[in-house]
Write a protein that binds this ligand. Structure first.
Ligand SMILES: [Zn+2]
Length: 75
Protein backbone atom coordinates (compact mmCIF):
# COMPACT_ATOMS: atom_id res chain seq x y z
CA UNK A 1 0.00 0.00 0.00
CA UNK A 2 1.33 3.45 -0.93
CA UNK A 3 1.04 5.89 1.91
CA UNK A 4 -0.37 9.31 1.04
CA UNK A 5 2.01 12.24 1.37
CA UNK A 6 1.57 15.64 2.94
CA UNK A 7 1.02 18.35 0.31
CA UNK A 8 3.25 20.75 2.20
CA UNK A 9 6.27 18.74 3.44
CA UNK A 10 5.93 15.78 1.03
CA UNK A 11 6.56 13.25 3.79
CA UNK A 12 4.46 10.13 3.75
CA UNK A 13 1.99 9.44 6.53
CA UNK A 14 -0.67 6.96 7.49
CA UNK A 15 -4.04 8.18 6.13
CA UNK A 16 -5.32 8.65 9.69
CA UNK A 17 -2.50 11.16 10.38
CA UNK A 18 -3.61 13.43 7.53
CA UNK A 19 -6.46 15.85 7.09
CA UNK A 20 -7.89 17.14 3.84
CA UNK A 21 -8.31 20.75 2.79
CA UNK A 22 -9.52 21.40 -0.78
CA UNK A 23 -8.59 17.80 -1.68
CA UNK A 24 -4.98 18.29 -0.55
CA UNK A 25 -3.53 16.30 2.34
CA UNK A 26 -1.77 18.01 5.22
CA UNK A 27 -0.01 16.42 8.17
CA UNK A 28 -0.68 17.80 11.61
CA UNK A 29 2.48 19.89 12.00
CA UNK A 30 2.12 21.51 8.55
CA UNK A 31 -1.63 21.90 8.89
CA UNK A 32 -1.43 23.59 12.27
CA UNK A 33 1.41 25.79 10.97
CA UNK A 34 -0.62 26.82 7.92
CA UNK A 35 -4.17 26.94 9.25
CA UNK A 36 -3.83 27.06 13.04
CA UNK A 37 -6.77 25.61 14.93
CA UNK A 38 -8.83 25.45 11.73
CA UNK A 39 -6.79 22.39 10.81
CA UNK A 40 -8.70 20.31 13.35
CA UNK A 41 -12.02 21.13 11.68
CA UNK A 42 -10.87 19.62 8.38
CA UNK A 43 -12.05 16.16 7.46
CA UNK A 44 -9.69 13.31 8.24
CA UNK A 45 -8.48 11.37 5.28
CA UNK A 46 -10.41 8.11 5.10
CA UNK A 47 -8.44 4.90 4.86
CA UNK A 48 -8.73 4.08 1.14
CA UNK A 49 -7.71 0.43 1.23
CA UNK A 50 -10.60 -0.87 3.31
CA UNK A 51 -13.17 0.82 1.06
CA UNK A 52 -11.42 -0.38 -2.06
CA UNK A 53 -11.25 -3.93 -0.72
CA UNK A 54 -14.92 -3.79 0.14
CA UNK A 55 -15.78 -2.57 -3.37
CA UNK A 56 -13.66 -5.30 -4.95
CA UNK A 57 -15.29 -7.93 -2.74
CA UNK A 58 -18.75 -6.68 -3.68
CA UNK A 59 -17.91 -6.79 -7.40
CA UNK A 60 -16.51 -10.31 -7.09
CA UNK A 61 -19.61 -11.37 -5.15
CA UNK A 62 -22.00 -9.94 -7.76
CA UNK A 63 -20.03 -11.52 -10.60
CA UNK A 64 -20.19 -14.86 -8.80
CA UNK A 65 -23.96 -14.52 -8.31
CA UNK A 66 -24.44 -13.46 -11.94
CA UNK A 67 -22.29 -16.34 -13.17
CA UNK A 68 -24.15 -18.82 -11.00
CA UNK A 69 -27.57 -17.64 -12.18
CA UNK A 70 -26.46 -17.77 -15.82
CA UNK A 71 -25.17 -21.30 -15.23
CA UNK A 72 -28.46 -22.31 -13.59
CA UNK A 73 -30.49 -20.79 -16.45
CA UNK A 74 -28.31 -22.47 -19.04
CA UNK A 75 -29.10 -25.94 -17.75
ZN1 LIG B 1 3.52 18.02 6.33
Amino acid sequence: MIKPSCYSCRKRFEPSALRISYSKNYCESCGVGLFGGDYFSFAQKPAPTTRKNLAVHSIVFFLAVAGLSLWLWGR
